[in-house]
Design a protein around this ligand. Sequence first.
Ligand code: NAD
Length: 338
Amino acid sequence: MTILITGGAGYIGSHTCIELITASYDIVVLDNLSNSQNTVLDRIKKITKAIIPFENVDLRDTEALEAVFKKYNISAVIHFAGLKSVNESINKPIEYYDNNIAGTINLCKVMHQFDVKKMIFSSSAVVYGNPETVPIKENFPLSTFNPYGQSKLMTEQILNDIFISDNDWQIALLRYFNPVGAHKSGLIGEAPGGIPSNLMPYLSQVAVGKLDKLHVFGGDYDTPDGTCIRDFIHVVDLAKGHVKALDYFKNKKKGEVLTLNLGTGKGYSVLELIHTFQDITGKKIPYDIVDRRPGDIVISYASPELAEKVLSWKAEESLEDMCRDTWRWQSQNPSGYE
Ligand SMILES: NC(=O)c1ccc[n+]([C@@H]2O[C@H](COP(=O)([O-])OP(=O)(O)OC[C@H]3O[C@@H](n4cnc5c(N)ncnc54)[C@H](O)[C@@H]3O)[C@@H](O)[C@H]2O)c1
């Protein structure tokens, strides 16, 4: 029985591969390498001593996808593959809907064809829009303001509808908060192509001297230091949540849709993150506070209680660990996997 990891060469996918191998799952990685490089597989091999079968396939290529399902005895899919930049999605909505929605529909069709009814999907806190209160619970109202967020919300809806039509499906919708950090080995981490759109990779590229200065969007919000507050979660904690979700379905047998937040339950401001990073690394981070960025949520952090109750999973790594591990990866690999 093999677990198919779509997008397994990417940031969260690669860390999840390691945790799955450690937990003795057999895996196969499928990725079109549009935002990753296959050197990551050599790094995973170095860490785990395991050789991972890899298929360079685009999810929208039905024939190639069917061939993968024919080749391996797939029992479940962890579905990371997708485009993930909010800002880019505003300029390229067709690309985002095609990749994230058409890709997922194609995957579901092939899963249906091969009678594979177990899927863990990478959703996001973006589906909560601008929440009225925090911590954010799974039953809060859902809304989004951009094509990326819409693609997550629509995929959740599609997967819910699939379950309504066939109650044998076991589906986990895991809503990630803000994944940061890297594997303790320093061999794998986040390696965005071009200028990073997320805070932590931007910050670490400033620290390593690849970028001049960090821009903090908005310093006059109604928060203790005026900057936005986020729930940063270590990518290895996040990866372990996926293993727990698979274990849960293995033991459960019955179909259901499990909707869970994966966050720490703690909110840190952008300035707190910068200061912690400086303290841990001893690197001075030059930054400017600039205008607010339209669409930014002011305060977002999870209630992770449901995930703890259902999966017996809890994030363990501190903000200091996240900064230390990010820096180890970034300083040892200033140009990512190149
Ligand atoms: N990183 C975050 O901040 C964050 C937060 C919430 C949710 N998510 C979601 O988690 C998932 C993984 O995110 P990540 O940070 O690891 O991103 P990533 O870009 O590092 O990984 C995604 C991988 O999917 C691959 N891919 C994209 N489209 C594909 C396609 N059509 N066919 C095959 N492979 C394809 C890319 O090459 C890449 O390796 C994404 O769905 C993302 O939307 C990420």
